[in-house]
Structures are given as structure tokens and as C-alpha cells.
Design a protein around this ligand. Sequence first.
Ligand code: PHE
Ligand code: ZN
Length: 846
Amino acid sequence: MRNETIFLKDYTPPAYLIDDVHLTFKLDPTKTRVLSRIAFHPNPETTDRDFFLHGEQLSLISATVDGKACRPEIADEGLIIAVPDAPFIFEAEVEISPSTNTALEGLYMSNGMYCTQCEAEGFRKITYYPDRPDVMTTFTVRVEGDLPVLLSNGNPAASGDGWAEWHDPWPKPSYLFALVAGDLVAHPDSFNTMSGKQVELNIYVRPGDEHKCAFGMEALKRSMVWDEQIYGREYDLDIFNIVAVDDFNMGAMENKGLNIFNSSAVLASPETSTDTNFERIEAIIAHEYFHNWTGNRITCRDWFQLCLKEGLTVFRDQQFTGDMRSHAVKRINDVLALRGRQFREDNGPLAHPVRPDSFVEINNFYTATVYEKGAEVIGMLKRLVGDADYAKALDLYFERHDGDAATIEDWLKVFEDTTGRDLDQFKRWYEQAGTPRLTVTDHFDNGTYTLHLKQETPPTPGQPKKDPRVIPVAVGLLNPNGDEVVETTILEMTEAEQSFEFKGLAARPVPSILRGFSAPVILQRDTTNAERAFLLAHDTDPFNKWEAGRALGKDTLSRMVTNGTPPDNAYLDALMAVLRDDTLDPAFRALALSLPGQDDIAQTLFDAGLTPDPDKIYRASQTLKQTLAQHLQDLLPKIYAEMHVPGPYSPDAEAAGNRALQGAALSLLSRLDGGSAASRQYESADNMTQQLGALSCLLTIEKGEAELAAFRTQWGQDRLVMDKWFGLQVTYAAPERAAATADRLTKDPEFDLINPNRFRAVFGALAMNAAGFHDPTGTSYNLVADWLIRLDALNPQTTARLSTAFETWRRYDGDRQSLIRDALERIQSTPGLSRDTSEMVGRILN
Ligand code: PHE
Ligand code: ZN
């Protein structure tokens, strides 16, 4: 097994390129034959003529070069043969075993259906090939198998009894290859593109799931229209297929013309899916569809450039969701996710640049930093150049790089050429890891208000010193009476320290800094709770209005934890005012009411030089919720009733917003009424949002035993709903019972180690139950370690991903640290541990 580090600086172009490739698959669960015919030619851009094909876990049956049998040298990770310094045809036949492939990478089986996952380096488990994204070609694929549905990329070319041929006219790298075969049913539709071409659309599912396709299909059509209208991008094949697969490591995959989805990311119905599920499904469908241009037509030269496609495509799906729903609410949710996952990563041992410069296993770099911070970087670029130039730069990007395997340098160059700006300093956002701390002080003198900004980025692994970055700081100023005196302006910070002046002001203003969260930084400013409450009441920027409430909440909780100070009435009153204000969007009010998470408080305390105690944080948040419930006592039943949505369920943003606020009210109310309103809601609910919402409220107050059993009886046949049943119990378990609950669930007959959704439902939830995971006895640490060790032998990718549960360990006290160290070392010393997990655990330990 390869274990060495690969560096960006060592990139060399491929020695041979490909004119076209023909593949034939003779499907069989344990003996699938793959025949390949690849037309190679020497790459004129290089004199390197070393011929190497990647290949792993393949049995080579035969190989020929220009029709002559050859005896290749089989190395650990591929194959070496002598080939001419001229065009030639390579043919091979290999045998693979999809049914025993539990890693879910390459060709594998899920519920009797064949499917593939090739990104990043899975194609080499299908056949011998130059499995790197800068080798692009057209694919013709023949699938043979006794199954009703046989799919691959591109357009259907021909078919008959037990076989089908597909041709993809667009050159693509191997990671975008896909094949699906099974007993599937289609939910069909069609779409007329802006130039009048008709595209056939299908969502393929297992029989029985047909009723869960309609929402995904509508979301797909909305995405297709949006990309035409906003980015001028039209779809480019006759057919677009989506397939739902139960066993899948990630959310979904953008294979050309044949997107493969984790069934949790596409299947939806009112009875089985929550509002949050619907919104996520819409976003993932859009994301994968948008990859057709940002990822497929323009792909990445090498895997270090992953953010080129992912950062941009996340940014595009965020814009889309904002346009479909509410920009303010979407921005708040995105920042919550960014802080919850990316800031946590950036402030720990796994911190890495948006464009990493080295890796051992690329699968470990599908991270919040590459995706979410990658999207933030694009948002900053757009803020700096303005909307019009952003649009021009994107047009140039598509025009100049269509068909290319491109780099971040190419991407930045289109912005430089469009705007005349020098983006050298901006590029540091791609190269330097770590979250900048932006410290702000201000003063007012004689009508002039000065903001003094200072930026500093703490050291991260391999990067002790950081250079100042370009930071777009969006600022607005408010008068003491609440009016806005200076509208949002972008301060372009480029120095380590810099001052900005606002002249001609009648009175000292209240600043609203980092509006819309204009840069992914941690803002540090000594301010009063009175000022925060003022901004919560008056800020015209919805993000900063919410942020002011959040800051109040953080301050309140932190004081409760560190000095036992009871919650400040000013904070409780401010929340009451927001809750009462029916000019505010209910979804926004629900967000304002949600308290900072326990992990967030732990990081905040750690940043302040303290050692967070997860138990104390847990107890303080319980107390705060109880106090808040009492404070809002009279208002809660009123809000709960007002937010009732009449009529049949619809997942639209407005109805979902009402239900979100109703749910927030119910959760506080349950702390006062012993759960009677929640029990009633559980009984009468006709949709999963309200059913699950009610059950969560009951579990939080340690009730709901009967409902939990009824839920299982009702939904025992639905895998996706059962994932909720598993997750819920761990999520809402009291800290001292979290590990025991997870342990009990692993013994349930429905627990399934092979299915990543089910495994994550239990262990992802345990990792997120902060006080439960950090139980001082270390039982959770040990349980998670035991199960990661077991899973690693079957599915390295999902194991490595879940090992991030331990990434925050340095925040905690010595006892916890030594328990975690033991658990990590135990994982690390497991014989045969995968490259994926060993890299992750190694980095976490260092
Ligand atoms: N490229 C996929 C996406 O972001 C994610 C993915 C990566 C899926 C690797 C599977 C394996 O849309
Ligand atoms: Zn993506």
C-alpha cells in the first residue's frame, strides 16, 4: 500500500493522451469482466514517455498492444509495459468482483443493483487506465447483463435484449465515468433548453420508491432554468439521468449525464421527509447539475485543484437556494454550517489550505475547507470585483476553458484579465490555512469616525507564519436613534493593520461590521450587550441582525459556564422582541431563537484561553433553554397557534418557515407543559417535519418512549426514515446515556455496518452529542474507536471521515486528552489499517 505524500509542486503532464476509449462490461456479481480498448498517442507537450496505467484489485486476464499479446509488469498500484513512441491501441480484459466491494468505490452492488463511484480515484478499480483528471477522452460503453435497466454516461446509442450501448460525445476524465444496472423504475419527464432542444429526464429508483421522485424532478428542472438564466449555461446531451442508491459514501456524484445520488439526497415525500430534507435535496440536485459546467465541461488538472470545481459549484448552489427561498435565511444557515464544520477544522490539527499542497489520500480532502471555505473565497472575489465584473469573468472562464482540465491560476487569471486587478495577494486565500482573526477598535472625534482593523491568522500545521490577506469588510453605520447613516460599504483591507475613516457624522455611530458575513474571519471586538441588543433591534442587514442576537447568546452562555452568572434579562427581552415582531420572516425568527451550539461555545472558551468543560456547557444550555421558556411563557402558545399552516403539506420556503418557528416554540413549550402539546402534535401530524419535531421535543424532556416504539412500527420498512429513528435516540440522549444508547442500537437487527447512512445515523450523532461524546469516563471515545476499527476493514472512506469526531481533542482537559490519545493510538496500531484512516488519525495526533 502506497503511503507516501504527493505534492502539488511535483505535477507533471501525462506522457500519453487518449483519442477514445471503448469499454464492455459483462456483469456478474463476483466475476464481472471488463474489456477495454484504448487509443493512446504520445503527449506532444512532454518528452516523458514512461507508460503507466493505474489499476488496483484487478485480475488481469489478457492485454495487447496493437493486437499483440504482451506481458505487462504488474506493480502494486498499476501496470507498466513497453509501448511505441507513436499512436497505438491498448486492449485488456480484467475481472472484478462488485458484490464483495464494501468500500463503495469502483463498481459495487447495492440491493442487487450494480453501480459505480469513481471520484476521485475509483476508476482504477474497474480497469487499467491513466486514472487522472487531466486525461480526457470520449467514452463508448457497452453493458451486458440480464437486468431491465442498463445505463452509462452520455446518449443511448443502441440496445437489445440484455445489452445496451452508450456514447458520451464530451471528452471527460475517468472520475466522471458511471455505470448503473438493475431492476429499476424511472420517473420520467422532459425539459426544453433555451435553444429549443428537448432533453429526456429520468430519476431511477427501486420499485416502491416511485412516489418519492416528484420533488427531485421539479428541483432538477428549476436548476436547469436557473443555470440558463443566471450563468447562460445550457445542458448538452439528449438525456439526463439521476439514480438513487442506498449505499453511498457521500451525498451525490456528478457523473456526466448520469448523476448517482445517495437515496437520502434525492428521495422525498411529505410523510417521510422533513422541511430540512427537502431543502437539502433541492440544493444537492442543483449542485450536481451545476457541475455539468463547473466540473465536467471544465474540470480540474489534478486533485489539488479540487476547489476549482467544488468551491465554485457550492457557491452556485448557495446562490440558487437563496434565489429559490430566502437570501437572508440561506446566508445564516450557510454561516452556521461554515462555523460549525469549517472553522472547527481550520482551528485544529486537520487545518489545510483551500488548495492543499500535499496529500496522502485525496479522499481525505473532500472537506468543509475545500467546499465551504472554497465557496466563501468565490463570494469574496465577487464582492471585491462587483456583480457585473463577476458575470463577465465567468463568461470568459467558460469561453476560455471549455474542454480544459484547469487550475486555480487559470481561474484567477480570468478575473485579472476581466478587471485589470492584480490578484496575487488574494491568492493567499487559496494557499494559507487558518481562520483570520479580525480585531476591530474604533473612535469618534469631531464628526469623524475611525475603524481600526487588525488581522492575524494563527499558525496551522506546516504554516507557522501567515501573510496578510485581502479582506472585504462590509460595514454600515447606524445613528443612535436606529437610522442608517452610512449604507453598506466594502472596506478593502490589505494590510496587517489598517484604519478607515467616515467623515461628517453628527454623532458617534454604532457600527455594523462584516455585514452579510463578507469574509470567513472571526471578528473580535470589545462591545457591550446593550450595543448588541441595539443591533438586534435596528440593523438593516439581516445577517448582522441575527449575528447580534447570536453574539448575545454566546456571551450569555459563556458567562453562565465560566462564572455561573444567570442569563441576562436584556438578552431574554431582546429575544422576546424578535419573537413578537411579526414583520420578521418566521424562518428568521426561528433562527434568532436557536441558541449557539455546545461545540461553538467550547471553541469560543478555548479561544479565550480557557479549558471548556462539556458537562458544564451542556448544563448551562439546558438552564438557558429552561429560563428562556419561562421568560417567553405567555408568548409560546400564541406563536405555536399562529404558525399553524392550514391545508395539505407543501415544502415551500414560507410554509417551512412557519413550521420552523412553530417547532422552535414547541420545543420551549415542552419544557413547561410536560410534553402535552408535543404528544398531541405527534398524534395528529400528517408530515415528517411535525412528526419528527414532536418526537424530538419529547425525547429532549426524557419522554416519548411510546411514540418511539410507534414510530418504529410505522416506519420499519423505510430505510431513510429508520435512519432518523436511529439518529434521534443518540442525538437526544442525556450525556451519561449517549454511549449506552449508541451501543444498544448497534445490537438492533436493523443496524447495518455496510450502509454509511445507518452507520452515520448512530456514530455521526454520537460525535455531535458534545457532552455525550466527551463523557468523562471515556466510554464514547472507546465505543467510537471500536467501531471505526471494525468499519475500516470494510469502508475506509467513511471511517476516515468519521474519525474527525476527535479533531477537537486538544481543546479539552488532560484527562480527556489522554483518553482520546489512547483511543486514537489504538486505531492507529490496528494491523492493515487503511491509508485513508491512517492519514487522518496521524494528522489528528500530531
Ligand atoms: N463530487 C461530489 C460532489 O461534490 C462529491 C463526491 C466526491 C462524491 C467523492 C463521491 C466521491 O458533488
Ligand atoms: Zn460537488
